[in-house]
Design a binder for this molecule. Sequence first.
Ligand code: NAD
Length: 343
Amino acid sequence: MKKVKFALAGCGDMAAKHAEAIAALPDCELAAVYDIDQAPLQQLAGKYGARAYTDYLLLLEDPDLDVINICTPSGLHASMGVAAAGAGKNVLMEKPMALSLGDADMLIEACEKAGVTLGVVHQNRFKPAILRLSKAMEEGRFGRVMHANATVRWNRNKDYYGKKTWRRLKSMGGGVLLNQAIHNIDLLQWMMGRVVSVFGYTASNLGLSEGEDVGIAVLRFADGALGIVEASSAIYPRSLEETISIFGEKGTVIIGGASVGEVKIWQFNSPERDGVLGQDVNGSSGESPLVCCIGDMAQAVRAQGRPKVDGREGRKALEIILAIQQSSDTGKEVALPLGVTEN
Ligand SMILES: NC(=O)c1ccc[n+]([C@@H]2O[C@H](COP(=O)([O-])OP(=O)(O)OC[C@H]3O[C@@H](n4cnc5c(N)ncnc54)[C@H](O)[C@@H]3O)[C@@H](O)[C@H]2O)c1
């Protein structure tokens, strides 16, 4: 089978994880890397024997590339994705896919027009515990779900912002909602369905970033269930948890740990179906979620199909976050869907 050839655009911290994940997939190859900074570029090119580019247009002209993984600062995502689609390349986009709905739509349309596949990296959807929760939701095991929480209590300190200054900038996607909590908000909406209204407050307390370091919101879902988002990057002195909790009339599930991978509570009125919750469900064995996510993209590209999180799916968490920020700015409840000109 011909390998799916990947290129990394941006060779920083997350790109290094993409490179490792691609190397772990036997039917995939890291063929090229691109960065404007020579040090991380040469480091990844040397380690994986990939062709090195310092010019994005030249990278996009390389005929031996199937997918461009966009791992640059978030404010660059949409325009780089549109350029890649225009060059006929499939796009695997790091989160957030864009900073506005207008840009997200521009990217989705560019990929559809070019007939290329667009995937968004929300690797937590591939965690075994989360997949098990999703199956329990699909099977209706909770009965009526009454409320659900997404909780991100992390520490992002001076060191974090000092190392990579783009993380401080709103124009580059700084702020705990877009930069950290987006994964958990994605899980919340994936489990609970369409959000119809949001009331939120955001605050920037520590002054380390232009973006918010705390975001708190109440959500109403289309079926009448309620949700709470609690997102902080200002937890002293270190990160505590990333947790999703689902409360239904016949079941309660809480999946937490440092990064939403450990089953804390798994309680249903039909417990005999669950067996023993062991290693498999806690995700401590098997492939990493990022390997699964990139493998899923490779499979979608081969089949000219859709990855699990395509552009329209990736857009949903972005819309919820923009609504929370808009609610905080206006002091009003915000109804979804948002108009594209509202952000
Ligand atoms: N999926 C996840 O869990 C996850 C985790 C961390 C970061 N991310 C996302 O990955 C992206 C990168 O984050 P990071 O922490 O790796 O950042 P980083 O600062 O470590 O890396 C960014 C790289 O992009 C390069 N770059 C900047 N401008 C460029 C340009 N115009 N052209 C080419 N290269 C350019 C920089 O030189 C740097 O090497 C962000 O969008 C972030 O939100 C995702």
